[in-house]
Design a protein around this ligand. Sequence first.
Ligand code: GLC
Length: 544
Amino acid sequence: MKSNTSPWWQHGIIYQIYPRSFKDSNGDGIGDLQGIISQLDYLTWLGVDALWLSPFYPSPMADFGYDITDYCNVDPIFGDLNTCNALIEYAHQRDLKVILDFVPNHTSDEHPWFLMSRSARHNPRRDWYIWADPRPGGTPPNNWLSVMGGPAWEWDDSTGQYYLHTFLKKQPDLNWRNPAVKAAMFDVIRFWLDRGIDGFRVDAAHYILKDPDLRDNPLNLSAQRVLHKPMGDYDSQVHLYDNGHSDVHTIYRELRHILDRYSATQPRFLLGEVHIFDRQAWASYYGANLDEFHMPFNFDLLTAAWNAQTIRQSVERLETHMPPGAWPNYVFGNHDEPRIIDRVGPALARLTMLLLLTLRGTPTLYYGDEIGMHNGEIQPEHVHDPMEKNKPGLGLGRDPERTPMQWDNSPNAGFCSPGVAPWLPVPADYPQINVAAEREDSHSLLTLTRRLIELRRSQPALSTGNYCAIDDVPDGCFVYLRQSGSDHFLVALNFSDQEQIVKLPETSQSHILLSTYLDREEPVEMASLRLRREEGCVLKVEKF
Ligand code: GLC
């Protein structure tokens, strides 16, 4: 094993846990922090480096924890602060970092700050949120729309003004132009830093500052997609004024400064959820001097056509637009997106895992993707997600990717005790697709994932080495070289459903270290590298 001297967030793997769905320890059918503690050995065995926990703070759960009433506490559903401290401590004992979700754009409408803000126009907290007068005739202040459907403004009868909510009306937007809001939110950051957490994933990061004049968004006449997937009525506008105001960079510079100054011995990490698909605008969130996010999430491949050409183009567009010195990352799944395996199919899911774990950039792995969990089938009476409730039938519902983790073949897949009703139904395929069964199976996706992680950890070239694509390969293939010092690895991916022969310059010695079929580790002739349908291989090669 070679040691990697780069920061952990460059060579490490981030594993996202949706706490409601990971492991229930107290028999209420909802996952909790103690449940996560009980599975830390599994995560160590898998070999990931950091856990990103979706919100576990007190919340009325209108948006399942992304509507917060107290940023500095734990919802009783998930445990308490002591359990959280224990989770951080036990994770650290295993050398696992802990990243929390920081939700700066909005609170719950039940947060004490908002209750005060809405109580009277002269309340000192009034200006902590974004209030505006109606237009003549009583209509909302402008045409802005909520991501979750309908107008972004909600009328408050008792004080006679509208408040802004980029998401649900139960998620009023904070006013980050008010220095008191910024100070209070930075105190939240310090509260968690004091508890030893290793970093934050900043939710909806680009939304926190909007046009101060509240100008109308232009209509989207070209019908060009505004996000990575069709979003219903939200697509009718170009979202020019309701997010991404350039003042946002000052805030993230300040936030980064707090993290950077916090501890020399435990450097902290900042990750941003930035749904901006113009590469240059997106890249600006690294900061002009790489002084904002260590990484804004790269969502480009979430809905890309799954073929060699499109993926190579996406990787190269990213490599081209990265500011000098900035570090890339890749996301193929999270709690807002359909499961990857249902997008690409089971065979390509193996190839996709190899791609994720061998590209130049930090991988984020969504819980359950390592065993090939599918989208759950959610009957109408089980729909929880407000996105599905507000925009039914568009395929935007997020319950399918939030179903309970499939641990074993016992009732409820080992997620909660038999006889307890899990908060979302356990998919019917759990007797085959589960951690326990796949650990025993030397060809399972879990075994493949673990082997890939092991390989990546043992070879710095595969995580932090240079990336260079190889031209003149058959259609349907994506082949690239990863190199660090004198170590060279070739990654050869055949996305097609036919065998392909890749012809490469002969080098003195080449050896397949791993195939997605998990059935060959052997020397090969580079002049004619045979790849079976949907096969991916990692090869150790001599210099090209
Ligand atoms: C982010 C979260 C999503 C949530 C939204 C509002 O996009 O990932 O789950 O609904 O922000 O907080």
